[in-house]
Design a binder for this molecule. Structure first.
Ligand code: ATP
Ligand code: MG
Length: 262
């Protein structure tokens, strides 16, 4: 008889197998998979157009896979809506930070909260005190996250006035408002000045120390080498190699894929 027992300690927090997505004639992702261990910082790298962002969109169900399976904590999530997946503990950020520029930094943060009180009119009418106190708590939480990323002084400024790096931090901060277990970051260092990249890396390492797990797409190899425990490489929509950052960086198949040598 087949033993299907998987010990808890080895069950990945997130796993995906056989993911496929075709856009018209373009096979953006072909039978790709990944495993993200609990408490890890896992990297996803690959040349431009390799399918990394599409892969993230599939993992978070912003687009539906043509086929494949995704599990979070052993639970199938590929049939769920993004907000249901967020409620189960997985949130993502976008390659182009999606801060709403005509809203304040604090208001952007509050958008990331899970089930904010006062969303339903009957709550406001019937339980105004409860709504007020929950909103105060959320504001305090948002301010403490903003303080931790050095953005508290900007809380009442328009998000549109932030630099590229500050927008990335705001996006990660907003993701933290949902109390996630796992955060998917799409190029957190892109367009960010080197000083702020160091800050972002420091914050990520610190959040991991506090129990968060990360899956990070990044072209900046210094960031990958500094942060990641394990790296997965995608090329032409499919898995090429995975391993420690060092092994992957020195793998001739990876070097060839980046140089575009056939
Ligand atoms: N919505 C879409 N419609 C059509 N083609 C798409 C769509 N999204 C992605 N593609 C194509 O799928 C392929 C993979 O794109 P994707 O953005 O996932 O790559 P990437 O690895 O994130 O690249 P980069 O490193 O430049 O961000 C590309 O050929 C791209 O043009
Ligand atoms: Mg991309």
């Amino acid at each position: 008889m087949k033993n299907n027992y998987v010990p808890m300690s080895t069950q990945p927090l997130l796993s995906a197998t056989g993911l496929c997505k075709t856009f018209g004639g373009v096979k953006a992702v072909q039978h790709a998979g990944i495993e993200v261990a609990t408490g890890s910082i896992t990297g996803l790298i690959g040349p431009n157009g390799a399918g990394k962002t599409t892969f993230f969109n599939l993992l978070s169900n912003f687009i539906r896979p043509d086929s494949g399976r995704i599990q979070l904590n052993g639970r199938d999530i590929h049939t769920m809506q993004p907000h249901q997946i967020a409620r189960l503990g997985m949130v993502r950020t976008f390659q182009v930070a999606k801060a709403l520029s005509r809203m304040s930094v604090l208001e952007n943060m509050l958008l990331g909260a899970k089930n904010p009180a006062g969303e339903k009119i009957w709550e406001v009418l019937l339980k105004p005190k409860l709504v007020q106190s929950q909103q105060r708590e959320l504001k305090d939480k948002a301010m403490s996250i903003l303080t931790s990323v050095g953005l508290s002084a900007k809380a009442n400024d328009y998000a549109g006035g932030l630099s590229g790096g500050q927008r990335k931090l705001l996006e990660i901060g907003r993701a933290l408002m949902a109390d996630p277990q796992l955060i998917l970051l799409d190029e957190p260092a892109a367009g960010v000045n080197p000083r702020l990249i160091e800050d972002i890396c420091g914050h990520i390492l610190n959040w991991r120390k506090h129990g968060l797990t990360f899956l990070i797409i990044e072209h900046n190899m210094d960031v990958i080498m500094t942060l990641c425990d394990r790296v997965w490489v995608l090329a032409e929509g499919t898995n090429l190699v995975d391993g420690t950052p060092n092994t992957v960086q020195n793998d001739s198949r990876v070097i060839e894929a980046y140089l575009g040598i056939d």
